[in-house]
Design a protein around this ligand. Sequence first.
Ligand code: HEC
Length: 318
Amino acid sequence: MKNNTAWWFRITVAFFMVVVLMEIYIESGDKPAFIAYPTMMFGFMALILLLLLAIAFIVQAIENVLFNTLDEEAKLRYLAEKNKKWEWTWGKKMYAKMLGSKPIESEEEIILDHNYDGIRELDNNLPPWWVYLFYASIVFGVVYLLRFHVFNDYDQKLEYEQEVAAAQLEIEEYKKTAKGLVDASTVELLTDAGDLNAGKGIFESNCVACHMADGGGGIGPNLTDQNWILGGGIKNVFNTISEGGRDGKGMIAWKQNLKPAEIAQVASYVLSFQGTTPANPKAPEGDIWADPNAPAQKAPVETDVPEIAIDSASVTMN
Ligand code: HEC
């Protein structure tokens, strides 16, 4: 028996390894397996413990029997071997090798002859751990030089662009799942009856004073015609409601009071007025709005401009 770690120590280590393995491999959802299946786990662990104890006991017994078959001299040798403290010889040897320093007894061999007031110098070798790191950095440097400066593999700019593109994809994915996360650039016209009803509720409690319940207009413009002061279409209407109208006209920025999802609902409801005939329609204001996404137009330029104009107005309003 070369391995002299105490039997109880071996058992404890083995026991905890089994516990950890079971935690890793047993599918128990968010809860630890011990809490999910207590009786099964404790029963099983008790069995394991019993087995480990039995094995330790048997090993001990065999050792005893074998020991008694030895002659006296062999018994003494065996005991001496067994009492030697267990050491991590490989690790120690490696450590000494990596330090590469001379033992103090043989320092005479490497002492240099200059002597300043009794202070002398040892000509030690460079420590091998340092030398190996140095070699490794040379290899790294050569590979790096060839890869990035000779064969021009990717550079930082490309790396950055790739990361940004990947992040953009992630953002798109996230936006798809998060319904409340709409803004003027991502909002789509909602057609779901539930959304339109919610929009109607919001409109009736916030907007009728100026726009009338049927959208015919009063203080605010008529919302049923095709003319828009601040641009039609879901994105512009969302933006107007969110950021408010032109300075001093009376249409406040509703983003203070309404969540983005609510603005999307009320904007969709406002657009459902299109083509209806209100009781007292206000005369059309603004221009007839054509959808810039309709085929023949140059879309981005046309939508961007009014949005920016409204943004700057709302900044002064808020
Ligand atoms: C205090 C009166 C008032 C209230 C309340 C009000 N608005 Fe307005 N709204 C206006 C005025 C005035 C304008 C014109 C703004 C401008 O000319 O810049 C306007 C413009 C609009 C426009 C743009 C119309 C266009 O022709 O471009 C939309 C859309 C709109 N309001 C929706 C709403 C919604 C939705 C609500 C409720 C959440 C609401 N408004 C509440 C006064 C109001």
